[in-house]
Structures are given as C-alpha cells and as structure tokens.
Design a protein. Structure first.
Length: 379
C-alpha cells in the first residue's frame, strides 16, 4: 500500500484561471521556503496568485514557519516572474502545477510533492508506469553491461525508464533505453532549459531523449543551477514517479542510495544488482541486499516482482542459430564483456573479418559494444 500525501489538490486548471505568474513566482522560492510551506500557503489562500501576493499575516495564518516567511518576504521582490515566463515560452516548457489533471498521481502520494513541475518533451510520460534505474557516476564495465542486458526486456514489458541524467549509470540507462526504442524520463536537479542542463556533457543525450518522445522534468524554474541541495530533492522525485527503484552500482556514500531510501519510504519496490565483494562500486548495492532489497540477476526478477508480462516477443530465434562466422561469434559472446582482441584470439580469425562481422551483428541488435571495444551478446 503506497503512502498517501496529506495534501489535497485543490482546483482544476480551468478553475484556477491560469495562475501562471503565481506558480512561477512560488516555484522560484522552493529552495528558501520549501515545498511543504508553499503547499500550506496555497491551500490556505485558495490559489497560486493569492499565495504569491501573501503578506506576513497570511503567511502566519497558513502556518509557514517564521524563518521561511521572512525569506519569502525578503526574496519575492527580486524574482523576475516575467523573465521566467519568457524562458518557459521560448523553450516550449510545459508547466504542470499541483492540482492539474496532468500532475502524476504517484507523485501526489509522497509526503512533500513538488508544487509544480517543468517539463520538456512528452509530459504524458510522467503518468505511465515506470521504474527508476540509478547508480554511481563511476560506472564499471560490469555496471554498463548490466544496463545493456536488463533494460531491453523492461522496455518490452511496458515500463518507462526513469533516471537522473548524471554521468555514469544514469546516462548509460537513458542511452540503453533509447537504443531499445523505449521511452525515458530524466529528472533534473536544475532547470530544464538548455542553458541550465547539468552536466553539460549530457546535453546531447537530453536532446535525444526529447526527440525520442521522452521528457526532462524538474521542480526548479528555468535558470536554476545545479546546487548540491538540489540533487537529494531530485532523487525524491525519481523515487516518487516510479513503481520501483533498481540500483545498478553504488559505493557506500552514493547518491543512488538516497533514491533507494526514498523509494523505501514511499512504499516502492527496491531492487539491487549483486556485485563483486572486491568492488567498491558494489558496497552500496550489496548492503541494500542485506537490508532486504530484491536481488536482480535478470530482468525477469523485476517483471515478476511487479507482476508484469512482456508485451513483445523474445528476440528472434535466428540470432541464436546464425550460421558461419556470425554464429561462432554469438556462441563465444555472453552477458560478460569480452574485448575484441581476446575474441579475435579465441576465434582465431583475422581482426578485419571479426570487426566486419561484429558491425553487422551490432546493426542487427544481436551484440553491443559497451565501450573500449568490449562486446556483449544482447540476446
């Protein structure tokens, strides 16, 4: 049974009369005033515009803490709502305020839901059944291979894939989902506008996500930088949007473990990939397993736990019975990565012939280069 938020969405978008300025101004105060205080203020005053115009007495009546009320009154005059609105329009950002019919139902069930969401891409994806897949920024070959093996069956099972667009496992997760023709949600700890996207090296990946009918989402207004306090807040949204959370790799102090803790608090399923006891990147995941997380050695472990059925048939059988050199390559490959040089030596064939055959198999989707010329078999 998922926990219910004690906050109740008030009025529909039509009843609110398009209070865009109020929502934008309030969202710009999330860092200093807090989502819970802002929710109280909106509920007490009756809407975003009246909340945005609140005086000290109204803030007190709403139960806003004295310190938060002081920050509200101090910072409000310096917030340029018109400039934020212009960026929202220019970058085609969708604003989904609390109480809107498009606001994801799962997210309403957490204790401190965002007062509004900023979305680039297909906002309807936020209401589809999704699983969070997160992990360390310092992904190992093992972790990268695991994303390649686990994600395609999850996509075929009808799950959207949600992660945080960080370097490492998050980025590999989004990319693997796109290669599997899946739809993916990237939750940001910055604004979703192009100038704010963090990390900068993943901006191209963000564009691919949008182009392939995924979306970027944040509770922070456009122009918000990636401050340290934003990422735990981002992690609660990742957990809140999803029915379960899989941690691929995580050292002892990984932010991915924060996402897993939020998932536990919210009543979501928590999964972890077992890892080598000698790897610092698996200390966190192995600790999750000791604490009762469901071990995942195949996508079926997640599909069974979530009571899903694969919507698409398994990979074509002809790959497993390919003849000649392609067949020999497929027999030699598994989910464990192998370097092309080692494969060449094992098969005792010229390197140019192997490279050509691997390229053909990769185009067919039967094998994958997971980086540094290391290959795995996809099916």
């Amino acid at each position: 049974m998922l926990p219910q938020s004690n906050l109740t969405p008030s009025r529909s978008p039509s009843e609110r009369g398009g209070e865009i300025a109020g929502w934008l101004g309030l969202a710009a105060l999330v860092d200093d005033v807090g989502a819970k205080n802002l929710h109280r203020l909106i509920a007490t005053t009756g809407g975003a515009d009246t909340a945005w115009a609140a005086d000290r007495a109204a803030l007190t009546r709403a139960g806003v803490s004295p310190r938060a009320a002081e920050r509200f009154l101090e910072l409000r005059p310096g917030i340029n709502v018109a400039a934020i609105a212009a960026t929202v329009e220019h970058e085609r950002i969708t604003l989904i305020p609390w109480g809107d019919s498009r606001y994801p139902k799962l997210l309403t069930q957490i204790p401190d839901p965002p007062i509004c969401l900023f979305v680039r891409g297909d906002a309807s994806l936020l209401s589809e059944r999704a699983i969070a897949i997160v992990g360390t920024r310092k992904a190992t070959t093992y972790g990268r291979a695991a994303t390649e093996v686990l994600i395609p069956p999850l996509v075929r099972a009808g799950l959207a894939i949600t992660s945080g667009l960080a370097y490492g496992i998050d980025a590999y997760t989004h990319a693997a989902c796109l290669r599997a023709s899946g739809r993916t949600v990237a939750v940001l700890g910055t604004g979703v506008d192009g100038a704010s996207l963090y990390p900068p090296g993943n901006r191209s990946l963000a564009q691919q996500i949008i182009a392939q009918h995924g979306c970027l989402v944040s509770e922070f207004v456009p122009g918000t930088p990636g401050l340290p306090l934003h990422f735990p807040a981002r992690n609660r949204i990742i957990a809140g949007l999803t029915v379960g959370c899989l941690v691929i790799e995580a050292p002892e102090d990984s932010g991915a473990l924060i996402t897993a803790r939020f998932a536990l608090d919210f009543g979501r399923e928590v999964f972890a990939l077992p890892g080598p006891i000698t790897s610092t990147m698996s200390v966190g995941t192995n600790a999750l397993l000791k604490s009762g997380a469901t071990p995942v050695t195949a996508a079926a472990d997640i599909i069974d736990a979530l009571h899903l059925e694969e919507l698409l048939p398994p990979a074509p059988k002809h790959r497993a019975t390919a003849m000649g050199l392609p067949g020999r390559i497929l027999e030699a490959l598994s989910s464990a990565p192998i370097h092309v040089d080692a494969l060449c030596e094992q098969l005792t064939i010229p390197s140019h012939e192997l490279t050509s055959a691997l390229t053909s198999l990769e185009l067919d989707g039967a094998v994958r280069d997971i980086g540094s010329s290391r290959y795995i078999r996809v099916s």
